[in-house]
Design a protein around this ligand. Structure first.
Ligand code: VG1
Ligand code: CO
Length: 539
């Protein structure tokens, strides 16, 4: 029975860097999910014959929101839904399912690396037929719909049972519940040299993978322990929990503390890794050794020849503007295309679809390739295991040899969180106005070669996007400023610092960046304007 329900708009349903992300307490308000979903369906238009993929990272409200989405899809005339068993599916697995089934799009219920639970965040990522998240031109249309929404359609029935694999029907719509792990594993087996990695574990190699009580637990157990033979217990925090067991599922040096402490102890495994809430981010560690995501992208690119799926050659590479320039040097050495895009994986999609790039990455612990259209946490971990298996070298050896070959980009990101939105907006505005006058000036011993907004002109759809401000120095050092687009309250100012050195390879990043940090603070007036002299999170 299809019901039309009248509703009134919420004014805050604008998508950010990766979908809609709000406090759980906001999302549980009456009709909040319904308004947002109906707005998407309205913008798509005719849903007859269309197939969508649905799943989530299992966080609080995943189970409630997914039932609403299923019933609304049916009422709006969608022909078929492919749903992960029990409502679970990682973001990269979802992208694969969309592409493999030539679906028209998909919804991943996740606020990614943000904490979950009733006091945490909830979110919805919306992808189209490309397998990647929609461009801003479409999310703008959806936002306009949310501001004018008057009614939504829903099928008035019992909740459907998501535990049973197989086909069902709801209000004339076909539902297929699938095991979300199977296709993903098959894809990974087709990319990497599983026999070589198996042999590595047979020879006593040890790893620890921290799933942070989020969606990748079942994927990691299957791949690392059951198929590749890492010893039982290698995967920790593998049970997806609605509040992630209180963890902040962001795989970095601050929030993956348990893993970091273990990997810096004398008992450390040979290799350590973690993923975020929805499985698209990754952190790579060796014994008492951390690889920055920017370096990881460069190393992955430089070592493509060891991976069966890429060994015959790769297209170019791309990185977000905030990511360090380490991969740029690799791209030039291999004579492949190189692109710099705004922050957010959606900006890589056109470059992959047009075969301009194979690999891409972001400093925020995201790495991936054109096998799908999202970043992919487990893919990155397997890439490293495959390099280790092929070369017999440790994470530390691979990374330090990379620095010897290319030099090192010392890189640190500083986040100033919970800043009043007006203060943050004004700060960015005055900074942007001031930047052109810095050109040619020498500050704290560093000469500014260029300063201004980062503007990206997409070579495929010719859209133009402005995101963040960059100060470049003559020696290749850089400061990037941006406001976060994934927070659920207040503003977060991100300051990304980078300094290149060809000879000094084993120094402390914070020490190497002291002067640049001082410049970054003085020029932006962050301490004066926000009252903060220290960053809240340093990664
Ligand atoms: C952050 C990261 C960005 C990433 C985005 C989504 O955005 O900086 O690199 O693409 O999160 O990641 P922002 O706007 O807060 O800086 V996640 O793992 O959704 O999916
Ligand atoms: Co994520």
């Amino acid at each position: 029975m299809i019901k039309t329900v009248s509703t009134t708009p919420y004014t805050d349903q604008k998508m950010g860097t990766a979908g809609l992300r709000r406090k759980s307490k906001v999302v549980v308000q009456p009709n909040y999910v319904e308004n947002f979903m109906q707005s998407i369906f309205n913008v798509i238009g005719d849903l007859q014959g269309k197939t969508f993929v649905v799943g989530g990272d299992g966080r609080y409200y995943n189970d409630v929101a997914i039932q609403k989405i299923i019933k609304m899809a049916a009422a709006n005339g969608v022909s078929r839904l492919i749903i992960g068993q029990n409502g679970f599916m990682s973001t990269p697995a979802g992208s694969n399912i969309i592409l493999k089934n030539k679906a028209d799009g998909g919804f991943i219920l996740s606020a990614s690396h943000n904490p979950g639970g009733i006091n945490g965040d909830f979110g919805i990522k919306y992808s189209n037929h490309t397998g990647g998240q929609i461009p801003s031109s479409i999310s703008d249309q959806i936002y306009q719909q949310t501001l004018n929404i008057k009614e939504y359609k829903i099928c008035d029935t019992e909740d459907i049972d998501l535990s049973k694999i197989g086909k069902q029907e709801l209000c004339g719509m076909e539902i297929e519940i699938i095991d979300p792990v199977v296709d993903y594993v098959e894809m990974m087996e087709n990319i990497f040299d599983f026999p070589a990695i198996k042999k590595l574990f047979q020879n006593g190699f040890t790893m620890r993978f921290d799933a942070m009580n989020a969606v990748t637990g079942p994927y990691a157990i299957r791949i690392f322990e059951e198929i590749l033979g890492a010893k039982k217990g290698s995967v920790v925090n593998y049970n997806p929990l609605p509040d992630f067991g209180g963890l902040h599922p962001d795989p970095n040096m601050v929030y993956a503390k348990e893993l970091v402490d273990y990997m810096y102890s004398d008992q450390a495994a040979d290799f350590g890794a973690a993923n975020d809430g929805d499985g698209d981010r990754n952190m790579i560690l060796g014994k008492k050794f951390f690889v920055t995501p920017s370096d990881s992208l460069a190393i992955i690119t430089d070592n493509f020849c060891y991976i069966p799926a890429y060994k015959n050659g790769i297209y170019g590479v791309a990185k977000s503007a905030a990511t360090s320039t380490s991969v740029e040097r690799v791209a030039h050495a291999h004579n492949i295309g190189y692109y710099e895009v705004p922050t957010g994986w959606k900006y890589f999609v056109n470059l992959m679809d047009s075969k301009r790039i194979t690999f891409c990455g972001e400093e925020s612990f995201g790495t991936g390739s054109a096998h799908i259209r999202e970043k992919d946490g487990i893919w990155a971990v397997l890439f490293w295991l495959n390099i280790i298996a092929a070369t017999g070298k440790s994470v530390e050896e691979i990374t330090t040899e990379h620095w010897q070959k290319y030099g090192r980009s010392y890189y640190v990101r500083f986040d100033f969180e919970g800043v009043d939105t007006n203060v943050a907006d004004k700060l960015m505005e005055s900074l942007e106005a001031k930047l052109p006058s810095l050109k040619g000036q020498t500050i704290n011993g560093y000469q500014v070669s260029e300063a201004g907004a980062f503007v990206y002109n997409d070579p495929v759809d010719h859209s133009s996007t402005k995101n963040g401000l960059i100060i470049r120095f003559n020696d290749g050092s850089r400061i990037v400023y941006r406001l976060s687009g994934t927070g659920s309250s207040g503003a977060t100012i991100r300051v990304y610092l980078e300094r290149y050195s060809k000879a000094d390879l084993h120094n402390d990043p914070l020490k190497m960046l002291t002067e640049i940090f001082e410049i970054a603070m003085a020029v932006s007036e962050i301490p004066e304007r926000t009252g903060k002299h220290q960053a809240d999170v340093v990664t």
